[in-house]
Design a protein around this ligand. Structure first.
Ligand code: F6R
Length: 241
């Protein structure tokens, strides 16, 4: 694992944007695996700036997001499709037809999940997978469990995740209780993984991911087995390493 520790989130996010821009420069139709949440927002802002400055061209880039809430369609302002449009896609020259977010409103989630994995495979797999990490060690919405789940699947969100995400909703009751998420197989097959973590609240999850046993109770710990992981941390998130 390549662990890079920065003074602050801004510097780490700029480094992340640079890695993505280099990947796109080397392969214009790069397949990005993208995350939502507060962690990647500063990196997406920097990518928007670079795109407007002509430093990175998304014209041929394809993207597959990690996850989506069950029951929220793309017009809901807390859906992850809405988040991606609002925080990145609406501000760069990406072709929206090349952007993908799992469908959380279909009639057959198992069929949608299978189709999502097939689409990623047909695209040649993910070149660069952007990840945040949950306080409980989740990546995507792969929550702590007895096993690692391989494919895209529907998951019951843990109380800790619902609590962490309720800040975005009017009340806790409105937070969806389920999500559809890329599985560990999809994440581990990415050629390169870029994980960002900021703040003291992430320090224990980062410690367990890097120094703990490889254990489905800390889903991110499986990244110890990936050949090309770069972690971009601020000093607080790295404080227990
Ligand atoms: C989001 C995702 C989640 C978040 C994690 C951290 O697409 O897959 O795993 O990365 O919950 O969330 P923030 O960044 O809000 O702390």
């Amino acid at each position: 694992m390549n662990i890079r520790i920065f003074d602050d989130m801004q510097q780490a996010s700029a480094a992340g944007a640079e890695i993505i821009a280099q990947a796109i420069a080397a392969k214009p139709d790069t397949v990005l695996g993208l995350a939502t949440g507060s962690t990647p927002v500063a990196m997406y802002k920097e990518l928007i700036r670079m795109n407007k400055a002509g430093e990175v061209d998304f014209a041929k880039v394809r993207s597959y997001n990690l996850d989506e809430y069950i029951g929220l369609d793309g017009t809901h302002d807390q859906s992850y499709r809405y988040f991606m449009d609002d925080n990145l896609f609406n501000h760069i020259n990406i072709d929206k037809a090349n952007t993908h977010v799992p469908c959380g409103t279909g009639a057959d989630h198992a069929a949608d999940a299978k189709h999502y994995d097939e689409m990623i495979e047909a695209a040649g797999g993910i070149d660069v997978q952007v990840l945040g990490i949950g306080n409980n060690g989740h990546i995507g919405f792969n929550e702590p469990d007895a096993v690692f789940h391989k494919g895209t699947h529907v998951v019951d969100l843990t109380d800790s995740t619902i609590d962490a995400n309720k800040r975005f909703f009017a009340s806790r009751d409105e937070v969806p209780k389920q999500a559809i998420t890329l599985g560990m197989g999809g994440i581990m097959r990415a050629k390169k993984v870029l994980l960002l973590a900021f703040g003291k609240g992430k320090a224990e999850a980062v410690r367990a991911m890097v120094n703990g046993e490889i254990d489905p109770k800390v889903p991110a710990s499986i990244l110890q087995l990936h050949a090309d992981v770069t972690m971009l941390l601020d000093a607080d998130a790295a404080s227990l390493l």
